[in-house]
Design a protein around this ligand. Structure first.
Ligand code: AMP
Ligand code: ZN
Length: 469
């Protein structure tokens, strides 16, 4: 399998530390607000990485943190804790905010067919681990105390900017977010491991530590959780490209100084979802959530399909026109699958090259767009419908587009003739018209008539669905 590695800036043969086994870590959400569809692009593509590895035969263990403390409004360690700003905005406690937005995040993931990693760890549950890491970094001389905080000393490293020289970009972060410089730092690139001197007196969550009552920095959370749950050698670390600097750069500095050896071999970064204003971001406001897309009538699967149609290493331009095109293509694909007969016939030999094309697409740096193209190749192929169905179902397990489920729903229920289905659809349309005109009596009468025919209606974000007993 070939995977692009941000560390070497090349596509490389993927060789995990232990053959056949993959230890994979994902930076999780900062749970102070809903995830926007840009964040969700990153989680969809990371999910595709995990599913592709499994499909290609690897045994994957994956961990993800939940950032519920320590991520300040600037990635450069200054400003207010994002969790605290969320709590203030909603007049709730930090832990209430964390619970609410963690649940909302996993609800979005479920709708988008994103598998939940088997290990999910809130940062607030690992404070002892972070204290242990910081203590060792101090003992080894990689950290220093200044103004009550503990800082990592980047001048102790041979190479700090491991992803190329990102210094300028780092400076730009500071300028853009107009944050004050921290006079305690010995070097401009040093960063906080443990805060005791928050600029905000009312920081809600604090813990006892050898350096006083305080809280961990954001970067140490991912080093600590990853080492605690996945061990000293990590195979793949993922995140959005904005995490490469300073977050991942700092994680590498801390982890390798603590462990005394190289830590993670492959760095997988997803490029940004941009809209007309540039990178979609929570701080800019006016961002799009999955619920908002649903309110506008989009099936979450249309958004997943939209993401899979382009490569994770290219920026993705969002517009409603682009999403409409993806939604229409998804619907058409489902209809074509629904039209396949259930003949149960198989032709394994003829299916083999298609399966190989699908595997090759994923094994070539997770080329999801190419993998989607193979779905169309299956539909066009000279194969019995039963074999097409079997192949599409197998590929759909990996792409997680719920194509087979949607195709089954698209079919008329068993025992209903096309003529009867048309009558039922016409009655449903008349009922919708009546409801629009606030003609409740007629709407109810139609519902009764449908119910007498054994038809049950369910309101869904995609409109009214029906089933017949
Ligand atoms: P956060 O909840 O802010 O910690 O971000 C969660 C994930 O979303 C991180 O991996 C970010 O790198 C990623 N991310 C943030 N903005 C975007 C965007 N516009 N497009 C894609 N990924 C993003
Ligand atoms: Zn992280």
């Amino acid at each position: 399998m070939l995977l692009y590695n941000t560390l070497t800036q090349k596509k490389e043969e993927f060789l995990p530390h232990e053959p056949g086994k993959v230890r994979m870590y994902t930076c999780g959400p900062t749970v102070y607000h809903f995830a926007h569809i840009g964040n969700l692009r990153t989680y969809i593509m990371e999910d595709m990485l995990e599913r592709s590895l499994r499909y290609l035969g690897y045994d994957v263990t994956r961990a993800m943190n939940i950032t519920d403390v320590g991520h300040l409004s600037s990635d450069g360690d200054t400003g207010e804790d994002k969790m605290l700003s969320g709590a203030k905005r909603e007049h709730k406690s930090v832990m209430e905010i964390a619970k609410f937005y963690t649940d909302a995040f996993f609800a979005d993931c479920e709708k988008l067919g994103i598998k939940k990693p088997e290990i999910v760890v809130p940062a607030t549950s690992c404070i002892d681990t972070f204290i242990e890491l910081v203590s060792v970094l101090l003992e080894k001389g990689f950290a220093y105390l200044a103004g009550g905080n503990v800082y990592f000393d980047t001048s102790k490293l041979k190479t700090y900017y491991v992803f190329g020289n990102m210094e300028e970009e780092g400076l730009a972060v500071g300028v853009r977010e107009s944050v004050e410089a921290d006079d305690n730092k010995r070097n401009k690139s040093d960063f906080v491991l443990w805060f005791t001197k928050s600029k905000f007196d009312d920081q809600e969550l604090k813990w006892e530590s050898p350096w006083g009552l305080g809280y961990p920095g954001w970067h140490i959370e991912c080093s600590g959780i990853s080492i605690q749950y996945l061990g000293e050698y990590l195979d793949i670390h993922c995140g959005g490209i904005d995490n490469a600097f300073p977050h991942h750069t700092n994680e590498i500095a801390q982890s390798e100084s603590y462990l005394g050896h190289p830590w993670c071999r492959y760095w997988f970064h997803v490029l940004h979802l941009n809209d007309a204003r540039g990178k979609m971001s929570k701080s800019k406001g006016g961002f799009l959530t999955l619920s908002l897309l649903e309110e506008k009538g989009y099936d979450p699967m249309a958004y997943r399909f939209f993401c899979l149609q382009s490569h994770y290493r290219r920026p993705l331009a969002f517009s409603f026109e682009n999403l409409d095109n993806a939604a229409a293509a998804y619907k058409k694909l489902v209809q074509r699958i629904a039209a396949l007969s259930d003949d149960g016939k198989r032709d394994e030999a003829a299916a083999a090259p298609l399966r190989e094309a699908f595997r090759d697409a994923l094994a070539n740096d997770i080329n999801t767009a190419q993998a989607v193209t193979v779905l169309y190749d299956v539909l066009k192929a000279d194969l019995p419908d039963g074999e097409k169905r079997a192949l599409l179902a197998e590929f759909d397990e990996v792409l997680s587009l719920r194509l087979m489920e949607a195709a089954a729903e698209n079919k008329e229920p068993d025992g209903v003739t096309a003529e009867e289905a048309a009558e039922i659809e016409a009655l449903i349309a008349r009922r919708a018209e009546a409801r629009k005109a606030k003609n409740w009596a007629e709407a109810d009468a139609i519902r009764d008539e449908l119910s007498a025919r054994g038809v049950t209606l369910t309101d869904t974000p995609e409109g009214v669905k029906w089933t017949k007993k």
